[in-house]
Design a protein. Sequence first.
Length: 337
Amino acid sequence: MRKLVVAFVVLAGFAGLIGVGAVTMLLSGGGGRAGWSSCSSNLGPWGDGAEQGQRDAAKLSGESIGIVQRIIEIGQQRDLPPRAWQIAIQAGKTESNLANLFHGDRDSLGIFQMRPSMGWGTVQQVTDVDYQINKFYDVLLEVPGWEEMRPGTAAQKVERSAFPLRYHKWEPMAAHLVSAEGDVSGITACDELPSASVLGGQALQYAHAQLGKPYVWGAAGPDTFDCSGLTQQAWKAAGVEIPKYSQTQYFQGGVHVPLNQAQPGDLVFWGSGRDPKGIHHVALYLGDEKVLHAPQPGESVEIETLWDGGELLPMVVRPAADTPPQEAAVPAAGGEG
């Protein structure tokens, strides 16, 4: 919930907080056919680009590459899409560095650190490579909506780790391996993928249709919304899944971009002391120092001038990566508090 504050501030004052220089754009790859690595690690908020994935993959051992190849082979045999292979690769890299371990936390074993005591299978089974991979896929297929999830989020749904964010780190590497070892081309050519501005426009189109609907804490439509429920559903309408809560949206919802480079559709946040851990409100940036948001109980979804009040964070979140990388952002020149 936002605090009612009306002091004006010029965003240029954030220079000391933000620093100078543009956000690094994701690499889209060059020449030849559009590989899964180039497109998949560039679509949505996650991934650091194809070149990072290639560098990480080059550090893998021969055993790890063999496990990756088997993950892909079994995925192909089961007629599973490349996204499933990518999720399994990310999980395996995170849990064991893609090695068939005979040790782990408590009774965790194997590539995915499956625990016999938790019903994953016998010790012999959870150290058998083919069994582990098939078991991982079996559990993945039971996760509702896994195909639309961020791959690291889907991996977490299978693994149920106490450290859910760690799976995202290996997305570029997993995308590269799917492309290189699985010989998978992109979903479509990279130049046909929607850009951040296009997806942002789709999110805002949905949000505009919700104007006037009442704020209800915890609501995510269709008739009532809270602040993060509105932003989540707006981006879902654009085909991009982000978490439900405002603080989680900041940490897991996309790439961070300086506030003075915000473009329409980006998520703008407010937190006590400008601390991300104190985030209590999120809104959709419209451009021209305007935001669209669900304010607080007793109010309705509305458009308002951007405010600060000492709580506006210096970074926004862009739930979809820029494609192509040279696309310019629409600057936000000032704000209201």
